[in-house]
Write a new protein. Structure first.
Ligand SMILES: Cc1cc2nc3c(=O)[nH]c(=O)nc-3n(C[C@H](O)[C@H](O)[C@H](O)COP(=O)(O)OP(=O)(O)OC[C@H]3O[C@@H](n4cnc5c(N)ncnc54)[C@H](O)[C@@H]3O)c2cc1C
Lengths: 262, 592
């Protein structure tokens, strides 16, 4: 099975500190990592390859140093990696990003499966995976928490939904965006790391993938960031306690009446 | 083929920055391995610390196997025996990252180092084929059993005996080994016995061989999750094929392997010190007293700075030594039948450096762990906080792999032997120095980077030559009995290597990335040398006072005064800056 996994290099948000004055993230000195959900996506792809054979290609759009993230994926066991890097890609929103990735996927070939993480921990939009599917005109399954069965024509998966999950079949080829709970990503091995270190990773530009100039980067973006700010802190919540539920309810009622809400 | 640097030659020759290997020279592969092992320890080992410390069944061995499957256990082992055959820097990096795991790292270190390496280096093809694949994958665990009740530091006083069985198929071993790491879970034990009561010989013993039993677990101060037991041989039957190396040449195996054990122990200490520093830095910023985070207080900053400086020195000498050993291995034909033995013998060339790394590493970690506890105050004394464990775990490092006293004795002994054999021209250098010191000289002011420190380190070397030359003349062969003098000589050698390496690394960073990038390393070097100068003078005077009297003593004192002339810097200010850099990233910091 031909599988493509789209990954993103992100700042390790567990290491990010907040500037106490400006309320913004301090990115300086923060290590870059592979977006954790994307590692789950890669793990899912590798498990399918182990079952069914085939090839796993990882794809990322990012600055030249995003090659480190690709190498980590190769060390985990991916077969090939491609970096999409071009000044023209800069400033892309989720629409332009998914367009660019879709164009690159078409260039890689005709994959039967495209895996993405459910979202990137720096942007948290969860839009790029679905966007890729739309650009390519493929079916998609998002929030996938389990792959029950891999058949040659379709996949039987569990999708996380509020309060439970649903089981659906997805005809292939398709885009699958995965949840963290789907698996535990493997560690890179020493041998894998050695191979990854020696591998040449091609860099593709906008021209290489035949992307239209007005659909990529800042110019191709439908959304514009107007302002970034930390939401103002609202007042503290208050916990009401009492011996019985009734007591607490009465207390609440008193408070609401006191505040002239009821 | 590059020219190899002679072991110990740093004392009499000038080393250029580009000749020393530094962590800034890591390639992408090294960095990836480092990150992976760091995540493995963080995600798999640290969360189960309690289970490890309680020695719950299978936890430590299970983790060792997992690391084996990932290929990190067999880093040193050739591919044809199931290993990764990475360079020596890689196995240092692995050891350094694993060291955050405390007890686990002791099990890992004993297995991959002193347990496995004797077979890798001294085993014949057959033995390697039989044992290495299992050891590389972590399926089999190794131990190294040298110490006995009556043979601790005096390892050659071993009482364990071996005799050939009547049918000539087995050696029958009798005796018992003390304090053996990994004993309770080992499958393979490399041990030593005197054949016919005389010929000290190494053997590979299978745990399940008849006559081998394991004693009860030692109740230890620290590294409680590592296994330490006695190993008892009662008419233990060891097949003759399991004789390791040559009959009567067990000391070659034992001591060469210890050299490697020593420098790996040093790098482990560097890793654990970094961990303690991270914890201390975080805590210092979270804990508020007198309305301020502890990190705002000068005395706390000064501790943080000292921790970073000493860790910097330790890390630097570890990788400088690693670089020496790596070049040595790269210059060998690793496919040759006797390649392993050549490596082990080659490492003997750097015995001095290995001992220095062991001493400095273990003493740095003790210092750093102690200050980390201090910064945590009462909470540091509570088992709730990781620094409590780090503090207890640290202490063993000054004891095993040759106590620091034994290593201090090894340093001058090795150097004097090398000098006598003419391998390094110590004696010539000492004579030349005596002439030079009688001539009045003016020290030139230098405006090169760290010029003053470079000069101070040059002078340290002169002091060392002066002291050891005088001692060698006075005591001759009997110098070996003057342990206090030897100890001070070792202190001087340790510190020359340390200060010089710190300086060279700072210069190397400056040459590669500019003086701004090197600013912190430069400051650390300045602080380190500042504190060393008066120590050096005091040590040298102690030795002179013990050897000479009257006019000779006075003349030597005045030479020493001249050689330790150094204008003190404002280290308080420098240390605040160093501490701020650490506190900013909450971690050990060299370049900013
Ligand atoms: C937790 C633990 C794990 C260990 N693991 C292993 C292992 O895996 N394999 C193994 O073989 N051994 C192991 N050892 C043993 C360890 O290497 C020895 O304990 C160590 O070498 C010191 O020997 P000793 O305990 O007999 O002390 P001694 O030799 O009795 O030393 C006591 C003190 O006297 C000093 N001293 C001794 N001789 C001299 C001298 N000539 N001049 C000046 N001072 C001297 C020492 O430096 C020390 O301070 C382990 C020990 C411990 C505690």
């Amino acid at each position: 099975m031909e599988i493509i996994v789209c990954i993103k290099q992100v700042p390790d948000t567990t290491e990010v500190k907040i500037d106490p004055v400006k309320g913004t993230l301090i990115r300086e000195g923060v290590p870059s990592i592979v977006n954790p959900f994307d590692k789950n996506a890669l793990e899912a792809a590798l498990q399918i390859r182990e079952q069914k054979g085939g090839k796993v290609t990882v794809l990322t759009m990012g600055p030249p140093q995003a090659v480190d993230a690709l190498r980590e994926c190769l060390a985990m066991g991916a077969d090939e990696a491609v970096l999409l890097s071009d000044r023209a890609f800069a400033g892309a929103d989720s629409w332009a990003t998914s367009y660019t990735l879709a164009k690159a996927i078409e260039k890689v070939g005709k994959p039967e499966l495209i895996f993405c993480g459910k979202q990137a921990i720096d942007g948290d939009t969860a839009q790029v995976g679905p966007g890729i599917a739309e650009h390519l005109g493929l079916p998609q399954a998002t929030y996938v928490q389990k792959i029950r069965e891999v058949q040659s024509e379709q996949l039987l998966v569990e999708r996380a939904i509020e309060g439970g999950y649903e089981v659906i079949t997805v005809p292939l080829p398709a885009m699958i965006a995965v949840e963290k709970s789907i698996n535990e990503p493997r560690f890179p091995t020493m041998m894998g790391t050695m191979k990854a270190h020696k591998k040449t990773i091609p860099t593709w530009s906008a021209a290489d993938i035949g992307a239209e100039a007005d659909k990529i980067g800042l110019d191709g973006s439908c959304t514009q960031v107007k302002r970034v700010f930390a939401p103002e802190r609202k007042g503290q919540g208050e916990m009401l306690t009492g011996e019985t539920e009734n007591e607490v309810c009465l207390l609440l009622l008193e408070k609401l009446q006191g505040a002239k809400i009821v | 083929m590059t020219e190899l640097i002679k072991g110990g030659s740093f004392l009499i020759s000038q080393t250029e920055p580009e000749q020393v290997y530094t962590p800034e020279d890591f390639n992408d592969f090294h960095k990836m391995v480092s990150d992976t092992v760091a995540s493995f320890i963080k995600e798999k080992v640290l969360p189960v610390t309690d289970s490890i410390e309680k020695m719950e069944d299978g936890v430590t061995v299970g983790l060792l196997r997992q690391m084996g499957e990932l290929g990190f256990v067999g880093s040193d082992i050739p591919e044809k025996f199931g290993g990764a055959e990475a360079d020596k820097i890689t196995s240092l990096i692995i050891a350094e990252q694993v060291s955050r795991g405390g007890s686990f790292s002791v099990a890992f270190g004993a297995h991959t180092g002193i347990g496995t390496l004797p077979i890798l280096f001294f085993g014949n093809e057959e033995q390697k084929k039989r044992y290495l694949p299992g050891l590389a994958s972590g399926q089999k665990v190794a131990a190294y059993a040298l110490t006995e009740a009556e043979a601790g530091s005096d390892a050659m006083n071993a009482k364990t005996r071996a005799v050939l069985s009547e049918d000539g198929k087995h050696y029958i071993l009798n005796g018992s080994k003390q304090f053996i790491t990994n004993a309770s879970w080992a499958d393979v034990i490399v041990t030593y016995a005197k054949v016919d009561g005389q010929h000290f010989t190494a053997f590979i013993v299978d745990r399940d061989a008849p006559g081998v039993s394991i004693g009860a677990e030692e109740h230890k101060m620290g590294i409680k999750g590592s296994s330490t037991c006695s190993v008892i041989f009662e008419d233990a039957k060891v097949p003759v094929e399991n004789l390791l190396g040559q009959l009567g040449k067990g000391h070659q195996v034992a001591f060469n392997i210890l050299n490697i054990g020593r420098y790996k122990l040093g790098v482990g200490c560097s890793g654990a010190a970094k961990y303690a520093l991270e914890l201390a830095s975080r805590y210092a910023q979270e804990r508020i007293q007198f309305n301020l985070p502890l990190a705002k207080f000068g005395l706390i900053k000064s501790k943080i700075a000292d921790m970073n400086i000493r860790t910097y020195v330790t890390e630097s000498i570890c990788y400088r030594t690693g670089g020496l050993i790596n070049s040595l291995v790269e210059n060998l034909d690793m496919d040759a039948e006797d390649a392993g033995q050549k490596v082990a013998e080659g490492i003997q060339e750097y015995a001095t450096e290995c001992s220095i790394v062991k001493i400095v590493g273990s003493e740095t970690l003790d210092f750093v762990a102690d200050e980390a506890v201090q910064i945590h105050g009462g909470y540091g004394y509570s088992q709730e906080y990781a620094v409590e464990r780090i503090y207890r775990d640290s202490r063993i490092n000054r004891i095993f792999e040759g106590t620091n006293e034994i290593n201090r004795l090894i340093i001058p002994a090795t150097l004097l032997k090398k000098a006598q054999k003419g391998e390094i021209p110590l004696i010539q250098a000492a004579l030349k120095l005596q002439e030079e010191l009688l001539m009045p000289t003016m020290q030139e002011e230098s405006d090169e980077l760290l010029g003053k420190e470079v000069q101070a380190i040059e002078n340290f070397k002169k002091i060392f030559l002066l002291i050891s030359g005088t001692a060698a003349q006075k005591y001759g062969e009997k110098l070996i009995k003057e342990q206090e003098i030897l100890g001070r000589m070792a202190d001087m050698v340790d510190e020359i290597f340390s200060a010089e390496t710190a300086m060279l690394r700072a210069k190397k960073i400056a040459a590669a990335k500019g003086e701004d990038a090197a600013a912190l390393a430069v400051k650390m070097t300045v602080c380190y040398v500042n504190e060393l100068v008066p120590k050096f003078e005091a040590w040298a005077k102690e030795v002179v006072a013990a050897m000479e009297e009257g006019d000779t003593r006075r003349t030597l004192f005045s030479i020493l005064r001249k050689l330790t002339r150094y204008e003190q810097e404002n280290v308080f200010a420098l240390k605040r800056e160093i501490a701020d850099a650490v506190l900013k990233g909450n971690k050990y910091t060299v370049t900013v």
